[in-house]
Design a protein around this ligand. Structure first.
Ligand SMILES: *Cc1c(COP(=O)(O)O)cnc(C)c1O
Length: 420
C-alpha cells in the first residue's frame, strides 16, 4: 500500500474512518458495509477506462474486458430481479447510473417531457428529493403533485392515491421511498396507473436487497421502470441501476448515455456485478430475513422502553421523540456522542423544521451485516432508550459509550485491509 507513504493525510483519514466504523454502531438506514470482494473491484484499474456507449457498441477501443464486466453485471441484475424466466426475457437492465439521483433523472428524461405531471410521495412523508422537491431539478422541471400517508395509520391510503390520480391525470406515478417503514402494494399502484393511463415507476433504492431476497413484495411484475441504488440494503458499491421492460430499453439506455451521463464508471460496474453475485447466495437471503427480524426486535424494544415508534415491516423504523421532550437534532447528536449513528428525520405531519425535526430514522442493515442478531438488537435498543431519556446525564452517557465499545469489540470490520 503506497498510499500511506505518498499521502499520509489521506491514508490517515481512511484509517480513522475505519476506526470510527469499527468502534461505533451504524444505524443509518441507508448505509451498509460492502464485502472485501466488492472493495477490491472498486479499487481496481478498471477506473482508468473510457467506455462511453454500451457493451459491443463503445465509442472507444480497448473495451474487451470492460465489456465482460458490464455484461456480467447486466445479466446478473436481470437474474437477481426476475422471479421467473418469463419476466427475465422481457427485462432490460442498465447498470451505468452513477447514483440513485442519476438513475431517477434518466428515468424521467426517458419517460417525460418538461412540464409533464408526475404523482409521487411528498418528501415530508418519506419521499426522496428527486421525487419533485422544489429544491431539486425534478421539482423545477416537472409538474409534481404529491400523495402522503394517512394520519390514522401512517400508511399510504391507496384510495387517496387513486383520487389524486383521477383528478390530476399524471403521466407518471412513482412509488418507493426513503423513510417509509411499511411494505408497498405495487399491484394497487399499477391498477391506478393503468386506470389513468400513466407509466408506473418504482424507486426501490432502500428496499432492493429485501426485494432480491424475497422478503418484500416484488415490483418487477408491475412497474414499467424500476430504479435502484446498489449501496443500501443491496450491500454493493455506491451506485445505481435501472431495470425496465424491453419496450423501454432503448429510451432508458439513450437517456443514461448520452442523455445525462458521459463515461461509465467501469470499476464500480464490476463491483456491482460482484454485489449481484453475492446477492444470489443463500446467505444473502438469510441476511435480509435477519435485517427485517432485527428491525422488528429493535422496534419492540424501543416501544417497551416507552418510545413512540412508527413501523416496522422492513429494514427501518421512525421514532417520534415528541413526548420525550427532545428534538431530532440534539437526539442525533447525543447518540453520536456515544457512538450510535442514526439520522434525524421529519415525521409525517411534522410541525418542526427539517433541520431539527421531531423524529429519528433508524435502520438495521449495517449492524446485521456486522453479525448482530435479535439478542444484540435488544441491547442496542435499550441503550438508545437510556441515552435519549438521560441525554444530559454525563454518567449515563459515559457508561453507554462503554457498552457500545464492548458491543463493537466482538465484531471487527475489515480486519484484513492493509491500511486498516
Ligand atoms: C437514496 C435514495 C435515492 C438517491 O440515491 P443517491 O445514490 O444518494 O443519489 C433515490 N431515491 C430513494 C428512494 C433513495 O432512498
Amino acid at each position: 500500500m503506497h498510499l500511506l507513504k505518498f499521502d499520509p493525510q489521506i491514508a490517515k483519514a481512511i484509517q480513522n474512518e475505519i476506526k470510527r466504523s469499527n468502534s461505533g454502531l451504524e444505524m443509518i438506514a441507508s448505509e451498509n458495509y460492502v464485502s472485501e470482494a466488492v472493495l477490491e473491484a472498486l479499487g481496481s484499474p478498471l477506473t482508468n477506462k473510457y467506455a462511453e456507449g454500451y457493451p459491443s457498441r463503445r465509442y472507444y477501443g480497448g473495451n474487451e474486458f470492460v465489456d465482460v464486466c458490464e455484461n456480467l453485471a447486466i445479466e446478473r441484475a436481470k437474474k437477481l430481479f426476475s422471479a421467473t424466466s418469463i419476466i427475465r426475457r422481457g427485462l432490460h437492465a442498465n447498470v451505468q447510473p452513477h447514483a440513485g439521483a442519476q438513475a431517477n433523472t434518466a428515468a424521467y428524461f426517458a419517460l417525460l417531457n418538461p412540464g409533464d405531471k408526475v404523482l409521487a410521495m411528498s418528501l415530508a412523508h418519506g419521499g426522496h428529493l428527486t421525487h419533485g422537491s422544489p429544491v431539486n431539478f425534478s421539482g423545477q422541471l416537472y409538474d409534481f403533485v404529491h400523495y402522503g400517508v394517512s394520519k390514522k395509520t401512517m400508511k399510504i391510503d391507496m384510495d387517496e392515491v387513486r383520487r389524486i390520480a383521477l383528478a390530476e391525470k399524471p403521466r407518471l406515478i412513482v412509488a418507493g421511498y426513503t423513510a417509509y417503514p411499511w411494505k408497498i402494494d405495487f399491484a394497487a399502484f399499477k391498477k391506478i396507473a393503468d386506470e389513468v393511463g400513466a407509466y408506473f415507476m418504482v424507486d426501490m433504492a432502500h428496499i432492493a436487497g429485501l426485494v432480491a431476497a424475497g422478503v418484500h413484495p416484488d415490483p418487477m411484475p408491475f412497474a414499467d421502470v424500476v430504479t435502484s441504488t446498489t449501496h443500501k440494503t443491496l450491500r454493493g458499491p455506491r451506485g445505481a441501476m435501472i431495470l425496465c421492460k424491453k419496450n423501454l430499453a432503448e429510451k432508458i439506455d439513450k437517456a443514461v448515455f448520452p442523455g445525462i451521463q458521459g463515461g461509465p464508471m467501469e470499476h464500480c460496474i464490476a463491483a456491482k456485478a460482484v454485489c449481484f453475485k453475492e446477492a444470489m447466495s443463500a446467505s444473502f437471503v438469510k441476511y435480509q430475513k435477519l435485517v427485517v427480524k432485527n428491525a422488528k426486535k429493535l422496534a419492540e424494544t424501543l416501544v417497551l422502553g416507552g418510545l413512540e415508534v412508527i413501523g416496522t415491516e422492513n429494514h427501518l423504523l421512525l421514532v417520534d421523540l415528541t413526548k420525550l421532550g427532545i428534538s431530532g437534532k440534539p437526539a442525533e447528536k447525543v447518540l453520536e456522542s456515544v457512538g450510535i449513528y442514526v439520522n434525524k428525520n421529519m415525521l409525517p405531519f411534522d410541525t418542526r423544521s427539517p433541520f431539527d425535526p421531531s423524529g429519528l430514522r433508524i435502520g438495521t442493515p449495517a449492524l446485521t451485516t456486522r453479525g448482530f442478531k435479535e439478542k444484540e438488537m435488544e441491547i442496542v435498543g435499550n441503550l438508545i432508550v437510556k441515552v435519549l431519556k438521560n441525554s444530559r446525564d454525563e454518567k449515563t452517557l459515559k457508561s453507554a459509550k462503554k457498552e457500545v465499545e464492548k458491543l463493537t469489540k466482538t465484531y471487527s470490520l475489515y480486519p484484513k485491509l492493509e491500511y486498516a
